[in-house]
Design a protein around this ligand. Structure first.
Ligand code: NAD
Length: 308
């Protein structure tokens, strides 16, 4: 299968590297020239639990330099960049190209559906982690899963084929009609843990050092799950709290991406996470005071970084 990865940062490079290793024809599309150059020069350095190796045979270029028509385009930019990135791929997407978004947050289906017909859009959630160590070098520790479905919610053979290709690359993917529940539960996790770490500067384990950390996380999870339930999604607050407690206990020293973005003075995905929850809560008249306070604090930090 011809696969293009739009946004070949930490996750895009991990997925692209594993798919290329499994024999797929992969093109990485990004605007980070140093990263693209390093991959073209020496290959992609992939550090995973399976070992530290160089993956060759990947194409890597800017979207406007590509002349492929992929069967599958995996969207892996941060949610803030989706529209600009897809606008740059206009000539690459054909009427049969499937677009899969595994980005965190809400609003990704809507963002992608502005560029192609809804039948071409696949949506999913992944628990795989990845970090970009430097140009051409990605690291991922531990195991993850992927769950995908068609945005039009029909059970389809092409979705099963995409899941099989991702699984053959070792990415453990299932076609699953309960993806929205998984997406909302990950939104609850991120709305709690990412924003609290971003605002306090705590690593994930430091957040658990005082009972206030888990109490705040628990309050945010309760709000996000109440909004999810108002949307008709059967999200499970107890499961989200267990996932947060597990991260606090096991991810010692981990800085969530929102903390990394704040420290680097970059814009964050808080709008697609807490922002989207607050907006939907307002629509359903579900109160989200903790989620909204954290949203505003992260926004304040973004504004301060922009002004300096
Ligand atoms: P990242 O910042 O490492 O990668 C994003 C890439 O998009 C960058 O390389 C950037 O140069 C590129 N990009 C930006 N604008 C572009 C444009 N116009 N055209 C082409 N490329 C462009 O981010 P990431 O950590 O890989 O996360 C990607 C998505 O996956 C996010 O939504 C994130 O929340 C989600 N996610 C991340 C993890 C993780 O562990 N990193 C886990 C699960 C989900």
């Amino acid at each position: 299968m011809k696969i293009a990865i739009l946004g070949a940062g930490a996750m895009g490079s991990l997925f692209g590297g594993l798919l290329a290793e499994s024999g797929q024809d992969v093109t990485l599309l990004d605007i980070n020239d140093a990263h693209l150059q390093a991959i073209r020069a020496t290959g992609l350095r992939l550090e995973t639990d399976s070992g530290n190796r160089l993956v060759s045979g990947l194409s890597a270029c800017r979207p406007e330099q590509a002349s492929i028509q992929p069967d599958l385009l995996l969207v892996f930019t941060k949610s803030l960049s989706t529209a600009a990135a897809l606008a740059g791929t206009a000539g690459l997407i054909g009427p049969r190209t499937l677009l899969l978004t595994l980005q965190n947050g809400l609003g990704n289906v809507e963002a992608v559906s502005r560029f192609v017909a809804r039948e071409q859009v696949l949506i999913g959630m992944t628990t795989w982690p990845a970090d970009l160590v430097g140009p051409g070098h990605v690291h991922s520790h531990g195991l993850g899963v992927i769950r995908i479905m068609a945005a039009d919610q029909r059970e389809r053979e092409d979705v099963k084929q995409v899941a099989a290709i991702l699984s053959a690359a070792g990415l453990c993917c299932t076609a699953d009609q309960a993806v929205w529940k998984a997406i909302w539960e990950k939104v609850a996790f991120n709305a709690a843990l990412n924003t609290l770490c971003a605002v306090t500067g705590c690593t994930v384990d430091q957040l658990g050092a005082a009972p206030e950390g888990m109490a705040l996380a628990s309050a945010i999870i309760g709000e996000v799950v109440a909004v999810a339930q108002a949307e008709g999604i059967d999200a499970d607050a107890a499961h989200c709290r267990e996932t947060v407690a597990h991260a606090i206990a096991h991810h010692v020293g981990h800085e969530p991406s929102m903390l990394q973005d704040v420290l680097a003075g970059r814009a964050t995905e808080v709008g697609a996470i807490n922002g989207a929850v607050v907006e939907k809560g307002r629509h359903h008249r579900v109160a989200t005071p903790h989620t909204q306070t954290l949203l505003m604090l992260v926004r304040l930090m973004e504004a301060k970084a922009q002004a300096t």
